[in-house]
Ligand binder design. Structure first.
Ligand SMILES: [Zn+2]
Length: 107
């Protein structure tokens, strides 16, 4: 098992987990289980995403890089707006990266 990525929060970790899952890469989120168990937690505990099979690591890194590039370009031409939470999602993604809602079908 190899560490892949340290997420900003558990929502981002979960979205990346689901994103990689759709690309048939198995990952697990560590550190996340602390959330909610205790009221106050140090701010420097972030969930980390781990690749289960080491052989998937290179491909997983490439996918994460692609995912992060996409999230930097919010609002660009071709992006779409999530009907569930209102987030603006880049064109290349079929699921909202905030809440996981599917892209609405073209009118
Ligand atoms: Zn959403």
């Amino acid at each position: 098992m190899q560490q892949l990525y340290q997420a900003r929060d558990r929502i981002e970790a979960q979205i990346l987990h689901d994103f990689l899952d759709r690309h048939l890469i198995e990952t697990t989120i560590l550190g996340d289980y602390l959330s909610g168990a205790i009221g106050e937690l140090p701010a420097d505990i972030y969930p980390t995403l781990w690749v289960i099979y080491d052989g998937d690591l290179d491909r997983a890194r490439e996918l994460v890089a692609r995912f992060l590039r996409g999230s930097e370009h919010r609002g660009e031409l071709g992006s779409w707006t999530c009907e569930s939470c209102g987030e603006t999602v880049s064109e290349g993604f079929d699921l909202c990266w905030r809440c996981g809602q599917e892209r609405p079908a073209p009118a």
